[in-house]
Design a protein around this ligand. Structure first.
Ligand code: MV4
Length: 454
């Protein structure tokens, strides 16, 4: 196992990674920005180094400076957490070149999965189901119309580099495509520097169900079941749970096997997630692959009893997976909610100083956070300030525990989305498992006065 690991991240995920490193006896190197000088991850790390200014480009995205710190501190490996540099192929390559182990897949794999068109193509080639559509970039709106006429409306126009719903639109006929094409291409170019567009059949009322996998460097790949993350607001996940209450055991096995096939076919190594859309008839379609540890990984840890950060470290250090697919447990039910520092009415971030923080305690309650009763939430970073993870022996118990826990969360000084979370959890549609992707707009009338998507 490594002796020294640098954690190139901040907030709850930096704290989460440091916690496992400590358990394994690994010395941790933290890095921080000016705004984070007093942040919990800085205090927790064995050594911590200032990268630079508060803005991410001056700090957590500064590859040169982070590599310099890694070398100076004699770290052997870098854990990128999620977001920031975690899916940056250039960073993975620069780590390799500097003789450091990037705790994640190779730069080639990150690049391939970063392109939705390329990853769709790779999956189609090995027989992982993809939504009917195309696997090469569209030349122009007329080609999009031709393809759509062939596959049938409605279709979804998507940006290959897309994320957060940017450059994505449902279209119902040729005229709508002609109206929508240029604008979506421009938004994709502006946001991602890549205007490549493609088209897929629109899947009605889908669920977002993703499979967690682990792959070592010896060809061993296992699936750690699914997480259902259908409840989102403007492409921001709100509630994540495992197992899904929707899919059957037969679908579960098929999806797990498809995810393993997907990972093996690209030579994947690390923890990773294959996202699928699942339709009302339980047909599932590859959406994209995330080549990092995800925000919602704790729900998988809760039902499998595994520590995913530990598995990432073992894989990166060159160990093989020590268990088979048949040995992966699936026990109980876990739900995670993301607590954001945001105004529950406008959804704008709510930075400021936390003046009071009281957390619920009790059986089945886990917190992942990096704030305390004196912390400040700065406008420089993502407003997600904590995750509450609950476990029960079944879904009903988990929901009850979550409901009680949310009522016992007392945060003062900043606004949070807890009222919205309470409304979701209390809704009969959530209890009954009607958790499709339009949950928030369909049921939460007080929270759906949203601006249109970009
Ligand atoms: C879709 C879809 C329906 N049909 N693709 C949204 C985010 C992006 N990664 C893909 N997304 C979707 N792709 C086809 N062919 C519906 C969505 C979608 C969605 C997916 C998962 C979770 C929430 C969502 C909210 C709106 C749209």
């Amino acid at each position: 196992m490594f002796k020294k690991v640098l954690i190139a991240n901040r907030g709850e995920i930096a704290v989460r990674v440091i916690r496992t490193c400590k358990t394994l006896g690994i010395t941790t190197i933290g890095v921080y920005s000016e705004a984070d000088a007093d942040a919990p991850h800085v205090k927790m790390a064995d050594e911590a180094y200032l990268i630079g200014g508060s803005r991410v480009v001056e700090s957590y995205l500064n590859i040169n400076k982070i590599l310099e710190i890694a070398q100076h501190s004699e770290a052997e490996a870098i854990h990128p957490g999620y977001g920031l540099l975690s899916e940056n192929a250039d960073f993975s390559r620069r780590c390799e070149e500097a003789g450091l182990i990037f705790i994640g897949p190779s730069p080639q794999v990150i690049s391939k999965m970063g392109s939705k068109i390329e990853s769709r193509k790779a999956m189609e080639e090995v027989g992982v189901p993809v939504v009917p559509g195309i696997t090469s970039p569209l030349a122009d709106a007329e080609e999009a119309v031709e393809v759509a006429d062939r596959i049938g409306y409605p279709v979804m126009l998507k940006a290959s580099a897309g994320g957060g719903g940017i450059g994505m639109q449902v279209v119902h006929n040729g005229d709508e495509i002609r109206k929508a094409f240029a604008g979506n291409r421009k938004r994709a170019t502006d946001f991602f520097g890549d205007g490549a567009m493609y088209i897929e059949k629109f899947v009605e009322n889908p669920r977002h169900i993703e499979i967690q996998i682990l792959a070592d460097g010896f060809g061993n790949t296992v699936y750690l079941w699914e997480r259902e993350c259908s409840i989102q607001r403007r492409h921001q996940k709100v509630v994540e749970e495992a197992p899904s209450s929707f899919i059957t055991d037969e679908t579960r096995t098929k999806m797990g096997e498809a995810a393993v096939k997907a990972a093996k076919s690209i030579g994947y190594k690390n923890a990773g997630t294959i996202e699928f859309l699942v339709d009302e008839e339980q047909n599932f379609y590859f959406l994209e692959m995330n080549t990092r540890l995800q925000v919602e990984h704790p729900v998988t840890e809760e039902i499998t009893g595994l520590d995913l950060v530990e598995k990432q470290l073992e894989i990166a250090t060159g160990d093989s997976l020590k268990f088979s697919q048949e040995e992966v447990k699936r026990e109980g039910h876990a739900i995670e909610v993301r607590i954001y520092a945001e105004d529950p009415k406008t959804f704008f971030p709510s930075p400021g100083k936390i003046t009071k923080l009281e957390l619920p305690t009790g059986p089945g309650i886990r917190h992942e956070l990096a704030i305390h009763g004196q912390s400040s939430v700065t406008p420089f970073y993502d407003p997600m300030i904590a995750k509450l993870v609950v476990k029960g022996s079944n879904r009903e118990e988990a929901i009850n525990r979550l409901q009680d826990a949310l009522a016992d969360y007392h945060i003062e000084g900043i606004k949070t989305n807890i009222p919205m979370l309470q409304e979701v959890i209390a809704h009969p549609a959530f209890r009954s498992g009607d958790t499709t992707t339009d949950f928030v707009s369909k049921y939460l009338t007080s929270f759906s006065r949203n601006l249109p998507l970009l």
